[in-house]
Design a protein around this ligand. Structure first.
Ligand code: CTP
Ligand code: MG
Length: 237
């Protein structure tokens, strides 16, 4: 039985990875010989504050998931089947959390290079403020544009690229998802749904290396990063 105040992670892996363009669903594509989802679960499992890890997987990926052979990982909970949109997958994961879980860290399986120390920092910030996300400064000037015309140039020092994990009080994220569903709103991250409640989301600066494997070149860059950082070949799985 999980203790009260438990912090659980949802590892979102129910997407297909259209932009990566491989036959395998993205979470099962190998990086340095091991599936992306394995890297992500391993990173989260080494975060002391995280007590439970709930994988959210595609409906047709159960046998692929089982074939990863993750049975020995003590924090791992049974996988939950996700939905058509990322937001649906978050909802499915939340619905499966044991009732005494009070904090949830939502993480993209595709951000498999996340630093465990950064995850700890964002959990601490969420516990202090109710909601927090990892984000990195942007290199380029950001333009907001519509129909080919610039609408706004926000000051670059105020612009951040949102990453995961994003950590919330479970009841807050539940409320945010319910409001979004009631209003037919689909966001591109979870913090946005909480912001729509009028709740401030605390920013924790993370590393640029916590990029999301999205395009084929991201995979090559991640392989190089692992080689340079001496992380190839260790860990579970
Ligand atoms: N995700 C999910 N359920 C969905 C869609 C996405 O759990 N219905 C997960 C993905 O598995 C991924 C994370 O959300 O780990 C971030 O999404 P993204 O990078 O867009 O992954 P995909 O949707 O798989 O990729 P693409 O958009 O290129 O198809
Ligand atoms: Mg997607």
């Amino acid at each position: 039985m999980l203790r009260a105040m438990t912090v659980a992670a949802l590892v979102l892996a129910a997407g297909r990875g259209e932009r990566l363009g491989q036959a395998l669903p993205k979470a099962y594509v190998p990086l340095a010989g091991r599936a992306l989802i394995l890297h992500s679960i391993e990173k989260l499992a080494s975060v002391p504050e995280l007590e439970a890890i709930v994988p959210v997987i595609g409906a047709s990926d159960r046998s692929r998931f089982d074939a990863l052979g993750l049975g020995a990982q003590p924090k791992l909970q049974p996988p939950v089947v996700g939905g058509a949109e990322r937001q649906d997958s978050v909802g499915a994961g939340l619905a499966a959390l044991p009732p005494d879980v009070q904090w949830v860290a939502v993480h993209d399986a595709a951000r498999c290079l996340v630093a465990p120390e950064a995850v700890s920092r964002v959990i601490a910030a969420a516990k202090a403020h109710g909601a927090a996300l990892l984000a990195a400064p942007v290199r380029d000037t950001i333009k907001r544009a519509r129909e080919g015309r610039v609408v706004e140039t926000p000051p670059r020092e105020e612009c951040l690229a949102a990453q995961t994990p994003q950590v919330f009080r479970v009841d807050l994220l539940r409320e945010a998802l319910a409001k979004a569903a009631a209003e037919g709103f689909t966001g591109t991250d979870d913090a946005q749904l909480v912001e729509r409640l009028g709740v401030a989301v605390h920013v924790v600066l993370g590393d640029a290396s916590n990029w999301k494997i999205t395009l084929p070149q991201d995979l090559a860059a991640a392989e190089a990063w692992l080689r340079e950082n001496g992380e190839e070949g260790d860990g579970i799985g």
